[in-house]
Design a protein around this ligand. Structure first.
Ligand code: C5P
Length: 305
């Protein structure tokens, strides 16, 4: 029986431009992803009998609503393993053991991260030998964020998020994440976006030049000022209390503060380690935050460890 253990990061969106809903129900995006130092692990152990099982274990009970992670075929990691099996014709199965740290339904692509990790882990454990490029194609079928979580680092996301292209970037960034007590459904936030923009003209999304210039220069202050998220209004409409969380971080001097993806995790950019501690301290006394985490980015995508 062979097994492989894979570490996979969470993602944040430094900008998230959202266009008008497409015929397939998805929204065109113009985003810059960054992989951050908050990792799940997925171990795949091959099985001769062809069964695919999943178990989920939480390291941090407060923030991971593990009860809401399905331990059946609805789990995106299981779907990833099945897809790889169908693509390669392998007859083996796998036991997938997920160790969750990335918040569930937090706007940090936790479910997509586990799917990316399952692809890499099963590819290794089964010896199927698909290239990164071939895995990225499978990843795009699983979810909009999955290809980026294989890729890691910084990247521009187009299409519905699944098309990844390189971005010139330098520097390491210090982040503070404020996790909420309860997750938000990505689909519900996009539906609220449609409701709020109904009857208006939604422009095609673009990545702001100021953000690209800040990343090229490795300028944290300019990056903080350029952070943006078109889903903010929709997420705040569903969770008005997140406005207070964002204000607390801004008052504590964050260089920038936005929601991560569709929320509800709020992210704050700090100038350095001490600044990050100050912001984290201010947020940890706020009633709306279930947990506050200091982190760094960019980091690598899904990798065998
Ligand atoms: O691609 P993924 O399965 O992660 O998307 C989850 C849900 O988020 C979709 O079913 C859709 O409702 C919404 N979504 C969207 N436009 C995107 C990405 C996601 O409307 N670009």
């Amino acid at each position: 029986m062979s097994s492989a253990n894979v570490r996979v990061p969470a993602k944040i969106n430094l900008c998230l431009g959202v266009g008008p809903v497409r015929d397939d129900g998805y929204h065109p995006l113009a985003t810059v992803y960054q992989a951050v130092d908050l990792h799940d692990e997925v171990r795949a152990t091959s099985r001769e009998d062809g069964e695919i099982t999943v178990s989920v274990q939480s390291e941090l009970d407060v923030r991971s609503e593990v009860a809401f992670v399905p331990e059946d075929d609805d789990n995106l990691a299981v779907r990833a393993a099945r897809l790889l099996r169908d693509r390669t014709g392998v007859t083996l199965g796998a036991d997938l053991a997920i160790r969750k740290v990335i918040p569930v339904a937090g706007g940090m692509a936790g479910g997509s991260a586990d799917a990316a990790a399952a692809l890499v882990a099963c590819n290794e454990a089964w010896g199927t030998g698909l290239s990164r490029g071939a895995l990225e194609q499978l990843a795009a079928q699983l979810g909009s964020d999955v290809p980026f979580l294989l890729h890691g680092g910084n990247a521009i996301g187009g299409g519905r998020g699944e098309t990844i292209s390189p971005v010139l970037a330098r520097g390491a960034y210090q982040w503070v994440f404020a996790m909420a007590h309860e997750g938000l459904s990505t689909a519900a936030v996009y539906a609220e976006f449609d409701r709020l923009t109904a009857g208006t003209t939604v422009a095609d999304p673009v990545v702001p030049d100021a953000l690209l210039a800040a990343l090229r220069a490795g300028d944290a202050e300019a990056l903080g000022a350029a952070l943006s998220n078109d889903l903010t209004e929709a997420a705040l409409s569903l969770r008005p209390e997140l406005e207070d969380t964002l204000s607390i971080g801004i008052e504590a001097g964050a260089l920038g503060a936005i929601l991560s993806g569709s929320g509800p995790t709020a992210l704050f950019l700090a100038a350095d380690e001490q600044h990050s501690l100050d912001i984290a301290f201010a947020l940890s006394s706020a009633s709306g935050c279930a947990d506050v985490v200091q982190s760094r980015g960019p980091v690598h995508g899904a990798r065998v460890i």
